[in-house]
Design a protein around this ligand. Structure first.
Ligand SMILES: Cc1ncc(COP(=O)(O)O)c(C=O)c1O
Length: 424
């Protein structure tokens, strides 16, 4: 056996020695997420380390191309998180070098119910977030409320398909057209979701995805921005790496423009270091082959939860998938309806004590988070549905490796709790 085979064998053995995450009815634990990677990815990661080619290079490019070809996006610029992907998009869109760019003081309409780092890059770029309430059924920004939020300062809509559920894109696109607004998509929770047979992330000028550990696939931490606009992707390659032209595809354009500078050390925009690494890309390449299976599992798990729980409509409401859409199910969210028997916190405590992990739905109504007081923003109308979801919503895991027994254990515990509470 050669060294490579020994290495693989050792990693497989170590992996097999890990405590199993299979559901054990004697010691029931149902986590929000289990890893999407196994010994295969650890081997690929380790072998990449052994080459000593670790900083961004060929593997990263291969990973970007494979991700884009999987979902028919033209250009992909990976980076080190979904949050960084949002930062990169907003940074490039506000660059003076970008055509039809955004400018300080421009307003961006976005959902109040979202993750914090949808909003922070907006304010970090000097833009003003305008919060709009969500639809209480789909959890996505209510498209009937977007238009009343538009002012003469509004320049873009930042749409976020929540928990894998595509937004009503026809409505959003027609609002953009009527008011000449740019569409930016934060798809960090919705890899592989489709609206009218088209993947989320392909409706706007630019979109982001996350490869965080608990997402549909992972590179440990990681993210990618996708766009059809080659110039924008080139700008992202610059801003991702110090404002440097080193990693752009058409370097000559910049070298010709700035002939007096050392072409190897040419900086044309401000920038960050948001790069992902080669070992992460090596594992990501394997993960892409598994996405379809993972998403199919998520879909079938969500269906099982729903079939078991739909009779409890007096106590809960469930996320409704947007018409003409395929939801890629980031989790299984539920809203505790106003009832005299129990609160969201009571049922979550009960489930947690039974070994079932729960979590609130994203960051709740972002406009209510303390950080929001620190910066200029605008709230359009009432955010009462976002409040309802923040105060009464929770979700349980729907991930790719959830066993049927685990699902029926969770639904059984929910029913048991309700029986206990409603017994006279
Ligand atoms: C809507 C949304 N945007 C952005 C992010 C940030 O992604 P990351 O955790 O990879 O930074 C998340 C994280 O889950 C998210 O849900």
């Amino acid at each position: 056996m050669n060294n490579n085979e020994n290495l693989e064998k050792a990693i497989k053995q170590c992996w097999d020695d890990n405590p199993t995450n299979e559901f054990d009815s004697d010691n029931p634990i149902v986590r929000l997420h289990e890893p999407t990677f196994n010994a295969e990815e650890i081997i690929a990661f380790t072998k990449q380390m052994l080459t000593t080619k670790v900083t961004m290079g060929e593997k990263v490019t291969e990973f970007e191309k494979k991700y884009c070809s999987k979902y028919s996006y033209k250009h992909g610029v990976s980076n080190n998180s979904g949050s960084s992907a949002n930062l990169l998009m907003l940074s490039v869109l506000t660059s003076k070098l970008t055509k039809n760019n955004l400018n300080k003081g421009d307003e961006i309409i976005l959902p109040a119910l979202t993750w914090s780092t949808t909003v922070w890059p907006v304010i970090q770029m000097g833009l003003i977030p305008v919060y709009v309430d969500c639809d209480v059924n789909t959890f996505n920004m209510d498209t009937n409320k977007i238009e009343e939020a538009v002012s003469n300062k509004t320049k873009a809509i930042f749409s976020v398909p929540i928990y894998g559920n595509p937004c009503e894109m026809d409505d959003i696109l027609s609002i953009c057209k009527r008011h000449n607004l740019m569409l930016i998509e934060d798809c960090c929770e919705s890899m592989g979701a489709k609206y009218k047979d088209k993947y989320v992330g392909s409706f706007g000028r630019i979109a982001s995805f996350s490869f965080y550990y608990s997402h549909h696939i992972t590179t440990l931490e990681g993210g990618i921005c996708v766009t059809d606009d080659h110039e924008l992707s080139e700008m992202m390659r610059i801003v991702r790496a110090h404002g440097w032209v080193r990693q752009v595809e058409n370097k000559n354009k910049w070298i010709e423009m700035y002939k007096d500078f050392d072409p190897k050390f040419l900086f044309v925009n401000d920038g960050y270091n948001l790069r992902i690494t080669e070992p992460q890309a090596a594992m990501g390449l394997l993960q892409i082959d598994k996405i379809d299976k993972f998403i199919d599992n998520r879909k079938s798990n969500a269906k099982k939860y729903y079939n078991e729980l739909k009779s409890l409509g007096d106590f809960f409401s469930f996320q409704t998938t947007t018409k003409h859409s395929e939801n890629s199910h980031f989790g299984f969210p539920m809203i505790v309806k106003n009832n005299k028997y129990f609160s969201r916190d009571e049922i979550c405590t009960y489930l947690n004590n039974c070994g079932v992990e729960t979590r609130p739905i994203i960051a709740g109504n972002l406009a209510r988070q303390p950080a929001n007081n620190l910066f200029e923003h605008r709230i359009s109308g009432k955010l009462s549905n976002s409040d309802t979801i923040m105060d009464n919503g929770f979700s349980v895991g729907v991930h790719q490796s959830l066993a049927n027994d685990a699902i029926y254990y969770v639904t059984g515990k929910i029913k048991e709790f309700i029986n206990k509470r409603t017994k006279k």
